[in-house]
Design a protein around this ligand. Structure first.
Ligand SMILES: [Mg+2]
Length: 359
């Protein structure tokens, strides 16, 4: 059986052991309501990879591996994750032995979450409660991909502001940055506005685009430099007034410890899937909380299965900033679960995913 996640904070209640009688990969393709353009590329449909664990009593636990269709965000991708799950991860989990793999955190995390959900179901305890959630509703932000035109970006932001989102994040990359961000800032002078470069700048951009962005009163500059360039990130942080947030750079708690030691980040974007599931995400959360590094929970175009996990983390004490937690309807006509929706006050209720309906 998979070891219990414990994190480095308060011990979590012991859960009953539950053997998975069946463990399988489930695939689905959901059309996105609009293409999502980032520095990494374009997503037009969501290639969903789920792990379904079924216990003898028929109870079901789901985990979502939110790898994208191509290995552009990290090295994982949907079809590769499915292969790794079928060939290595599920056989190891069925045998109750450690998988022993290097890499593939999103795939491994999906197995961990599916098995954990079985145990939580047996205990009758929601994930958020078990983790130590301190809020029932969480503030939500939203991400806006790169539009074809500035007017397109403005129109999209207008819709999100009207919907009540507490923070808007614009995807940027060299050449598609200062003009749209300046236009959004001019239209909404008081909006909590951030940008996410997905590592697309170099340190040479410091005195160009990055400096220009720094003058726009942003709440955050996310992942300005490539994931491994922590020294560069520290230099950017030194040079600019805008808080620097790390996303792709933080693959595990050790990465965060190094980033803090180097002065490479002000904020952390925690995606539980990116770091390998609940145990690994708890460790990141607990270190950020202990070191006073504000954290928020990011998204990966998840269905409701992954959204429920993200919400549980967003309800923890260290998650002090609005996360990327959009309504299901932001991306999907029909989610796989009861849709998650942002209320007019820009918050979302923390709850479980509930039954999964496959298309
Ligand atoms: Mg990001």
């Amino acid at each position: 059986m998979t070891p219990l996640p414990s994190g480095s904070g308060a011990p979590r209640r012991q859960l009953p052991e539950v053997a998975a009688a069946d463990l399988e990969v489930v695939r689905a393709v959901l059309p996105l309501r609009r293409p999502f353009v980032t520095a990494h590329g374009v997503e037009r449909e969501r290639h969903v990879v789920l792990v379904r664990a079924t216990a003898d009593d028929g109870s079901v636990g789901w985990g979502e591996c939110p790898a994208l269709a191509a290995p552009t965000y990290t090295g994982e991708w949907a079809d590769g994750a499915e292969a790794v799950l079928r060939r290595f991860l599920l056989p190891a989990a069925r045998a109750g032995r450690p998988h022993g793999l290097v890499g593939h955190p999103m795939a491994a995390g999906a197995v961990e979450v599916a098995l954990l959900q079985l145990r939580l179901a047996a205990a009758g305890e929601p994930l958020a409660e078990w983790l130590g959630a301190v809020r029932e509703r969480v503030p939500c932000g939203v991400v806006v991909g790169m539009g074809e035109t500035v007017d397109e970006v403005l129109a999209e932001v207008e819709g999100h502001v009207a919907a009540g989102y507490r923070r808007v994040k614009l995807k940027v990359r060299p050449g598609r940055d200062v003009e749209p961000v300046r236009a959004v800032r001019a239209a909404w002078p008081d909006l909590a506005l951030g940008v996410d470069a997905n590592g697309s700048y170099g340190i040479a951009d410091l005195d160009g685009s990055l400096r220009a962005l720094d003058e726009l009163g942003l709440v955050e500059l996310e992942q300005p430099l490539p994931a491994t360039d922590l020294l560069g990130s520290a230099a950017v942080r030194d040079a600019l007034a805008t808080p620097v947030c790390l996303d792709e750079s933080i693959t595990c708690v050790d990465d965060l410890a190094v980033a803090i030691a180097l002065g490479a980040c002000d904020h952390v974007n925690l995606k539980p899937a990116r770091v390998g599931g609940v145990a690994a995400a708890l460790a990141v959360h607990d270190l950020a909380l202990a070191r006073g590094v504000p954290l928020w929970v990011g998204g990966m175009l998840e269905t409701g299965v992954g959204k429920a996990v993200a919400l549980a983390f967003a309800a923890l004490p260290g998650a002090t900033l609005p996360g990327d937690l959009p309504s299901s309807s932001r991306w999907f006509e029909t989610d796989l679960t009861e849709p998650f929706e942002v209320a007019p006050d820009g918050t979302m209720r923390v709850r479980e995913a509930g039954p999964v309906r496959l298309p």
